[in-house]
Ligand binder design. Structure first.
Ligand SMILES: Nc1ncnc2c1ncn2[C@@H]1O[C@H](COP(=O)(O)OP(=O)(O)OP(=O)(O)O)[C@@H](O)[C@H]1O
Ligand SMILES: [Mg+2]
Length: 250
């Protein structure tokens, strides 16, 4: 994915994880995550159940860590929900878990009113983002009648309309046809802010500034995509070639 960072101002915030742990239903889901990241494009890879979505939700401030601290641009995501909403946008793995309004325009407007924009300003910004994506004709479309890829695009537009410094995309390309996937990747690449992209597909993260590889809730590797992804791929193939997959249950 092209990332012409040289000509852009540094418009994305620093992410800091300090010894972050997460327990859910008495189970250690994430353990001892510590990192400082200033990169614009960060990928998160790992097998099913390795903790990618949990980490994404933590960074977005949707759930608090059990231990440790997460800050984005110095703001504690678990403590300041309002700032978290303004600074970080998250695209869920399943858009059906995200969309709550009957029409596309209402869905996009909601986030803007949550940020404190008045009705007129929110309506104007909604129209602007729809126009920017060439989807002005979608304004009154019923969200439930959209395809999965179209729903994902609505969610993405809703997030970008809020203009967060950081967007987190959790498996945004699964279930998309090649053309829609490419279109979505282009939109994501054009966003001026930081991007954290969760995927177990190495192709989606090629060329990323930094890739975190999660394995059983811990960071197994952390570095530039061209170093981490080949290692990850080789390991996946090695595990996939084994008949005994008991260790895959995590
Ligand atoms: N609410 C919960 N209660 C208990 N365990 C949970 C809960 N949510 C997630 N987990 C467990 O935490 C682990 C990590 O889940 P998570 O959804 O973060 O994985 P993932 O890497 O996103 O997986 P996938 O690639 O399948 O999306 C899994 O073992 C899962 O069963
Ligand atoms: Mg997940």
């Amino acid at each position: 994915m092209p990332a012409n960072t040289a000509s852009r101002p540094a418009a994305w915030p620093e992410l800091l994880l300090e010894d972050v742990g997460l327990r859910l239903s008495g189970r250690a889901v994430l353990q001892g995550l510590t990192l400082r990241a200033r990169e614009r494009r960060i990928g998160i890879v790992g097998r099913n159940g390795s903790g990618k979505t949990s980490l994404a939700r933590l960074i977005a401030g949707l759930i608090p860590p059990t231990s440790g601290r997460i800050t984005v641009a110095g703001v504690d995501m678990a403590q300041d929900r309002k700032a978290a909403l303004r600074m970080v946008g998250i695209l869920f793995q399943n858009p059906d878990h995200q969309i709550i309004f009957p029409t596309v325009a209402e869905e996009i407007t909601f986030g803007l009113t949550q940020l404190g924009h008045n009705k007129a300003a929110a309506a104007q910004q909604t129209a602007a983002v729809l126009h920017r994506f060439g989807k002005a004709h979608w304004a009154d479309a019923a969200t439930h009648s959209l395809s999965q890829g179209q729903k994902q695009l609505v969610c993405l537009m809703a997030i970008l309309a809020m203009d967060p410094g950081l967007i987190i995309l959790d498996e945004p390309y699964s279930g998309l046809d090649i053309a829609t996937r490419q279109q979505l990747m282009r939109y994501v690449d054009r966003t001026p802010g930081g991007v954290i992209l969760v995927s177990h597909d190495p192709d989606a993260l090629a060329g990323f500034d930094r890739v975190l590889w999660l394995e059983q809730g811990k960071i197994l590797d952390d570095g530039p995509a061209d170093r981490v992804l080949p290692r990850f791929q080789a390991q996946m193939q090695a595990w996939g070639g084994q008949d005994d997959l008991t260790h895959l249950t995590g």
